[in-house]
Design a protein around this ligand. Structure first.
Ligand SMILES: Nc1ncnc2c1ncn2[C@@H]1O[C@H](COP(=O)(O)OP(=O)(O)OP(=O)(O)O)[C@@H](O)[C@H]1O
Ligand SMILES: [Mg+2]
Length: 227
């Protein structure tokens, strides 16, 4: 079974007099363990697509199913449920809480999702250790390197059992060697734990971990549609 299937996703941003057709019918499926790279020029719709597929934004039209269940975009509660149960999102800007420690950043995210159980807390600590942050649990973000912050964002996105991970430009702010380290982590999470990973990027280094590369232009997929 595919972990995520998006069909004919259309998104039109309409603000005042202006109208932007950001997505013009995108169909894409992700399988468990699969790493898919989303490439394309600035403004081609990568972040918009990941926001819709990640249930952060409702599309103008189109269908999405996540882990076998259709998402009802007319019900915000349904979007929240899918996000909580299945999806982790790593934003380019990390979005860490500056006053919270590494561990607190991850646990607070679990709490927001109603998942602060002893089991998930144990799992979160394990993820933080696996990702190489076991010795940084009590640090606040200001005391971390760029790569460490990025790893906290990944650990947070993965906590709570998320089977599908979206990463928007995960290496953009990192030195190349730290970027490679982050890519290694994404690869391991997909190949050893069966998570599905979709990465939007301009960074050619990310291709080294890809099972499949799809390219967007002007809101359309221009190659490698659905594999
Ligand atoms: N909230 C919004 N309101 C109106 N238009 C938007 C909004 N967000 C994005 N857009 C427009 O939608 C189009 C796609 O934007 P999007 O951010 O998805 O592109 P992108 O491929 O992620 O670009 P980048 O590589 O620069 O991150 C652009 O023309 C953008 O200006
Ligand atoms: Mg973007």
């Amino acid at each position: 079974m595919k972990s995520l299937v998006a069909e004919e996703i259309v998104k039109v941003y309409q603000e005042g007099g202006s109208r932007v057709e950001a997505l013009r019918g995108i169909s894409l499926a992700l399988a468990p363990s699969e790493i898919v790279i989303l490439e394309g020029p600035s403004g081609s719709g990568k972040t918009t697509f990941m926001s819709v597929a990640g249930c952060l934004l409702s599309p103008t039209s189109g269908r999405l199913s996540v882990e076998g269940q259709g998402v009802d975009f007319s019900r915000p509660k349904d979007m929240v449920r899918v996000r909580r149960e299945s999806i982790g999102f790593v934003f380019q800007s990390f979005n860490l809480f500056p006053a919270l420690t590494v561990l607190e950043n991850v646990l607070y995210a679990l709490q927001i999702r109603g998942k602060l159980t002893p089991e998930y807390e144990r799992e979160a600590r394990t993820i933080l250790e696996q990702i190489g942050l076991g010795h940084r649990l009590d640090f606040i973000p200001a005391r971390l390197s760029g790569g460490e912050k990025q790893r906290v964002a990944i650990a947070r996105a993965l906590s709570g059992g998320s089977r599908i991970l979206f990463a928007d430009e995960p290496t953009a702010n990192l030195d190349s060697h730290v970027g490679l380290e982050v890519l290694g982590i994404l690869r391991r999470l997909a190949k050893e734990e069966g998570r599905s990973v979709l990465v939007a990027t301009h960074d050619p280094a990310v291709r080294t971990i890809a099972d499949r590369v799809v390219r967007m232009r002007d809101g359309c997929l221009v190659e490698g549609e659905n594999g």
